[in-house]
Design a protein around this ligand. Structure first.
Ligand SMILES: Cc1cc2nc3c(=O)[nH]c(=O)nc-3n(C[C@H](O)[C@H](O)[C@H](O)COP(=O)(O)O)c2cc1C
Length: 208
């Protein structure tokens, strides 16, 4: 075994261990609205956290001691849209991660089409296969090197045609998401899937 005491290594090394160990991570491409218009940025410290109501979270680090534009905007207008990053939009997502100055519209830089959302002020991205309009539940500040963990309630879902059926089952293959691995350019696709039903107790099918 390689054993590492987290208290004995730097935050940079802890970061490397975290992003290399917790893989693959889904990528949230988050749109917000600021004083100068919309903003978009990707976050892979991201996941679903509940379903009544539907809730998700993503975690935003600081940029040289200041909150990133996404957090600044959500503090002003507590709404956002989370998009799932598919293979088709990965390069555009990458453009949105550039550290543009506050006020730059990454949606335009990336060539995305911004459409008006149904229930929140920030626009959603037409090219994303899944877009989830969210209202802020809470921002939790954690860590010596601060992270702002943003929790949101999903209030409206958008799907491209053919992704979700009438029983609300989502065709993951049709979403074709990419996941974040580690390092400067590590990503993966969901192209090697298998099924393993949960073991039922006393013959009953078990829910997740
Ligand atoms: C695939 C990917 C995942 C990222 N994940 C995170 C993350 O989880 N947390 C974070 O703070 N920054 C993350 N970043 C960096 C931000 O996207 C980047 O700092 C961005 O400029 C923030 O934009 P904003 O200032 O408009 O909010 C990620 C970048 C990429 C390309």
């Amino acid at each position: 075994m390689t054993e590492i005491d987290a208290s004995e290594i730097s935050w940079q090394d802890q970061y490397k261990l975290m992003v290399g160990s917790v893989t693959p991570r889904p990528i949230a491409l988050v749109t917000t609205i600021g004083p100068d218009g919309p903003n978009a940025a990707p976050f892979s410290f991201f996941n679903a956290v509940g379903s009544d109501p539907a809730m998700l979270m993503f975690s935003v680090g600081d940029r040289t001691g200041q909150a990133k534009d996404t957090v600044r905007n959500i503090r002003e207008t507590p709404e956002f849209v989370v998009h799932i990053v598919s293979d088709a939009i990965k390069e555009q997502m990458n453009i949105c991660s550039v550290d543009y100055p506050f006020g730059v519209n990454e949606l335009e830089k990336a060539g995305f089409t911004a459409l008006p959302s149904r229930k929140v002020k920030p626009p959603y991205i037409a090219e994303a296969p899944v877009a989830m309009e969210c209202r802020l539940l809470q921002i939790v500040e954690l860590g010596r090197k601060p992270y702002h963990v943003v929790f949101g309630e999903v209030v409206f879902f958008h799907y491209h045609e053919g992704i979700v059926n009438e029983r609300y089952h989502v065709d993951v293959g049709a979403v074709n998401p990419v996941g974040r691995l580690a390092g400067k350019g590590g990503y993966c696709r969901v192209t090697d899937r298998f099924e393993m039903p949960r073991i039922a107790l006393e013959g009953k099918p078990s829910a997740e």
